[in-house]
Structures are given as structure tokens and as C-alpha cells.
Design a protein around this ligand. Structure first.
Ligand SMILES: [Zn+2]
Length: 188
């Protein structure tokens, strides 16, 4: 897997790209949860679920279908906390889907472990992307305080944080400019 930090950062960077406003104080934490939740499948190891099983690590919870279900559930869960127009609710769904789906895609860019069940439950194969620049992340926060953990984080910062951070900043600036222009137009 890619690290929990990188999955969380992805959710933060994607917010300016497609998350509706207002309500970011609820929406972004929901995005972070959606982007990290697929790795909850490691709990299965405790109950005898094998790595390669449907519900095993990097299996169903890493699929696009699971991401879609998670997004729909998130929209339903946030319906009272974040009052949105129907269009805003659709964008919230898109944002949560991207957050959850990005998890499987980032894992598919790692150089170890089993592939990712991106197309489950329709197709049970495990996939990697053709480009695998991310070293497999250590499991558990404590293991990041090692030389290997630090190297993994540095690579993730270079390969994921930098381009996604730039994309997020670009959209943030564009949205701010658009809002200012709208306010100017309304005040004329
Ligand atoms: Zn994962």
C-alpha cells in the first residue's frame, strides 16, 4: 500500500479540484476517511481472511465499485451536515468517489505485494498499473520512523504530493479568482 499520509494528502489536494463549497470542514475529513478506509481490510487477517481472498487485503475494498458505494453512503451521511443543491451533492459524490478510488490506483502504483482488485466484484483479477514508482509502505505509524519508512515517504512526496499539490493549488487559485470575479459582477 501507499502510506496513510499519502492517501490523506490526496483527499486534501483533490478538494479544490471537485469538492463543492461550503462545508469543506465536513467534506475534507470525509474525503480523508474515504481515501484511507480501504486499508481497513487488514482487519481480515485477524479473522483468517487470506491476502488473495475477495475480502483480503487489496481486494474488494480497493475496487471502483466499493469506492462508488462509499461515495453514495458519504453523500447520504452528510446530507444534513452540509446543505447542498442537487448539483452540489453530485459533486460531493464525485469527490468522495475520487478519494476512495484513488486509494486503489495509488496502491496499484506500488512495487510490491499482491495486485489490486480494481474491478471486483465483476472481475476478480488483481492489477498493477504499468508504472510502479512507489515503494510498498510499512504497516503502522511506528514503522515510518525507520530509514526505509523515511525513504518511502520521500518518494511518495516526490511522485504523488508534488504533482497533486500543484494541481490542488492551481484549482484553488482558479476558484478564488472566479469567486472574486462573480462578486465584482454582482456588485456592479
Ligand atoms: Zn491499500
Amino acid at each position: 500500500m501507499a502510506s496513510l499520509f499519502t492517501h490523506a494528502f490526496t483527499a486534501i489536494a483533490l478538494a479544490p479540484v471537485c469538492a463543492p463549497r461550503p462545508g469543506w470542514k465536513w467534506i475534507i475529513p470525509a474525503g480523508i476517511i474515504a481515501s484511507d478506509l480501504p486499508d481497513a481490510d487488514v482487519i481480515g487477517f485477524e479473522f483468517g481472511v487470506h491476502y488473495g481472498d475477495f475480502l483480503g487485503h487489496r481486494g474488494f475494498t480497493h475496487s471502483f465499485f466499493f469506492a462508488l458505494m462509499l461515495a453514495l453512503f458519504g453523500v447520504w451521511l452528510l446530507r444534513r451536515r452540509v446543505p447542498l443543491t442537487p448539483g452540489g451533492r453530485s459533486w460531493l459524490g464525485v469527490y468522495l468517489f475520487f478519494c476512495a478510488a484513488s486509494h486503489g490506483l495509488l496502491d496499484a502504483m506500488t512495487d510490491g505485494g499482491m495486485g489490486i482488485g480494481l474491478l471486483m466484484p465483476f472481475e476478480n483479477s488483481r492489477y498493477f498499473l504499468p508504472w510502479e514508482p512507489i515503494p510498498v509502505s510499512p504497516i503502522g505509524v511506528a514503522n515510518f520512523f525507520t530509514i526505509y519508512g523515511w525513504e518511502v515517504l520521500c518518494t511518495e512526496m516526490r511522485v504523488v504530493w508534488l504533482p497533486l499539490g500543484a494541481l490542488g493549488l492551481l484549482f484553488l487559485t482558479a476558484r478564488k479568482r472566479m469567486r472574486t470575479r462573480m462578486l465584482d459582477l454582482n456588485s456592479q
